[in-house]
Design a protein. Sequence first.
Length: 338
Amino acid sequence: MAHLSDVLLQVAVVVYLAAMTGYLVEYAFGTRGAVARVAGRREKELVTAGAPVAAAPVDHAPIEPVSPVPVSPAPATDEAVSGAPMAGRAGVFGAIAVGLTLVGLGVHIGVLVSRGLAADRVPWGNMYEFVITLTAVGALGWLVLLFTRPALRPLGLFVTAATAVLLGFAGLVLATPAAPLVPALNSYWLKIHVTAAATASGLLLLAFIPAALFLIRSGHDGGRRRFPYPVGRNLPAADTLERLTFRLHTFAFPIWTLAVICGAIWAEAAWGRYWGWDPKETWSFISWVAYAAYLHARATPSVKRTTATWFAVAAWGTMLINLYVINFVAVGLHSYAK
């Protein structure tokens, strides 16, 4: 089962890369569908309606009633225009990419199940398994978003790219043999604390992507043409990305808070104190403060949305430090979980 888990991990990376390629083809070569064309016609009609009309010669003949000209309705929101699923041949690649993402998630879950069966425990007892779990949560969250809001499909390119990179890094660098838990981790708190931490981390990874893309899209809308701002041309509208960023962080932050609290309770049971400023504990708290700062800035009317979003991007940076740098560089009570 351990060998099967390793093989399935490689398969999952390949499938996610194939899905990323499909999203990339659609993103780079697709054309907007009928919604965008309707919006374009509506815009032209509005411009024509506002143009000055030359006076027509007076005709005293009886005026016959004229039936009104049907006008195509404007899209309900900017999200329907900017970020709508692509149409045409490139759209087929996007649909295939969605199917491959589903397959990739299925294989991804198979990695966790076979790993758990091989070790006879929950499959998130070390850093390698934690990364596999959080990326699975991110991929699942992306599919839920995609099926509820199809206009977000252009984000699939970036979600699958991040998932493939993190999984590939886990397989190449972090991989460890399947083994029973060390005594310090053999507690029911593992199922509570680490589950909450992995779930929150996966959702925060998913929230980071629209945050970064919002900054790119808003830069493109502001007239910036140097890299990476041209990437924003086919992204959903900036307001859509910003709202999605806020909602995902609002959902994930309480789960991360629960993870920190449960970790403190577990620390008291295992080490006899709730908090000891262990490097892992310290950076978990730093991440919590960073995300709280983002949510506070986002709720403050005087703070610009771009400024608040930079807080979210920086907060994900603290998560990466906590996940990788602290585990490799710092020595603390959590070092056994590498």
